[in-house]
Design a protein around this ligand. Sequence first.
Ligand SMILES: Nc1ncnc2c1ncn2[C@@H]1O[C@H](COP(=O)(O)OP(=O)(O)O)[C@@H](O)[C@H]1O
Ligand SMILES: [Mg+2]
Length: 298
Amino acid sequence: MHMKIWIFAKKEKQKTYENKRFLAEAEKNGIEMKLVTPEDFEILEPRDSNQTILYRHKPVALPDFVIPRMGSGTTYFGLAVLRQLEQLGVFLLNHAQGIESSKDKLEATQILASNNIPLPKTMLAKSTIRTSLIKKEFKFPIVVKPVSGSEGRGIMLCENIAQLQDVLELIQKSSDGKQNIILQEFVSDSSGKDIRVFVIGGRAIGAMLRTGKKGSFKANFSAGGTVAPFPLSSEIEWLAVESAKALKLEIAGVDILIDKGSYKVCEVNSSPYFKGFEAATGKNIPQEIFQFAQVRLG
Ligand SMILES: Nc1ncnc2c1ncn2[C@@H]1O[C@H](COP(=O)(O)OP(=O)(O)O)[C@@H](O)[C@H]1O
Ligand SMILES: [Mg+2]
């Protein structure tokens, strides 16, 4: 494969399992790969010079592909650099727009809902919201989430209205009431487990069942959970592929909750980790991505 690929990662997240796997597989396939960080770029406009993007203050030969791996940690600056590369003809896996809308759990919910994807009941709320309204709309326990995040961080379960009130007060106190939060129906059947489907290029390449660490309702592998292979039924496959498509993501990790024999989409990740997925399914994710990139390149 004659390709030049850049992996975009934050400075402090360059040595992850995923990046090491990308580098190792690239070497095996004769792909020229470099890890870069958005902060090392400058954007220069207008386009009458041919130096509209600089890397470490110098003009740079652009790659064929960029694989952004910043996920929900993608900054304003990172998105701007990605958009610039996209406009200069570099192929992005994923596109800036998909990364931006999936990073915002509420925007993603709006897009998925408008595409008729089944979802847990969700409310955008301020920490000053009246608890009487919440009582009217939701049954307890209730899930409270930050609008953006990953690895289950900051997500909690409130058993009753008094607990929720305490949490809302804490958020109110620590953010001056500016923090937006998501309140969500707790899909109790799925407590401590969910299904993670990996989508590449519009195709579900496999699924795994994730089980959270003991005592937690959150199934995240990165937070200490375990993984096992899970069969891809047509329903799960359809949900994952449609969710990725709705969010304009060519690579996606789709979290699916189990609800009395049917399913609800929990969230869609634009740069899913794959240590657990490779272990559970035996799939080679970098290889799958490179193959799709090559097809794309034509
Ligand atoms: N509404 C819900 N009902 C049941 N479990 C949930 C719900 N929302 C999240 N979870 C659990 O918490 C985990 C983390 O939530 P998620 O929305 O995927 O955030 P993150 O981006 O931090 O992974 C999920 O994988 C799932 O196990
Ligand atoms: Mg998740």
